[in-house]
Design a protein around this ligand. Structure first.
Ligand SMILES: [Zn+2]
Length: 103
């Protein structure tokens, strides 16, 4: 499994730093795709004036926007994240996450 943050399911925190930043930043969050895929049905209205795809330059309003919510175990571990997430489907790239709720 992919380590998502410093608070893991088994209580250990031996991940390297590159493994623990996933749920911290708001730009280019790179959530595990399995978690993103599980939120793919939560499509929301595209938002303009946000970051374009850094790979192909597609404008934010042309990206796929979903209402992302991290898995339930992240909330019980106090590292849950919820908010709009933009995805470039052409590049299969998570462009921007706007964290509106965190545990
Ligand atoms: Zn792109």
């Amino acid at each position: 499994m992919i380590a998502i943050c410093s608070c893991t399911q088994n209580g250990q925190s031996e991940q390297k730093e590159e493994d623990v930043i996933h749920y911290v930043g708001e730009i280019s969050p790179h959530f595990p795709w399995e978690d993103v895929d599980s939120c793919m049905n939560n499509k929301i209205e595209p938002r303009s004036q946000y970051a374009p795809c850094p790979k192909c330059g597609k404008a934010s309003e042309e990206l796929l926007w979903i209402d992302f919510c991290s898995p339930s175990w992240t909330w019980s571990s106090l590292c849950g994240r919820k908010g709009p997430l933009s995805i470039c489907t052409d590049c299969h790239y998570q462009v921007q996450f706007i964290c509106e709720t965190m545990s």
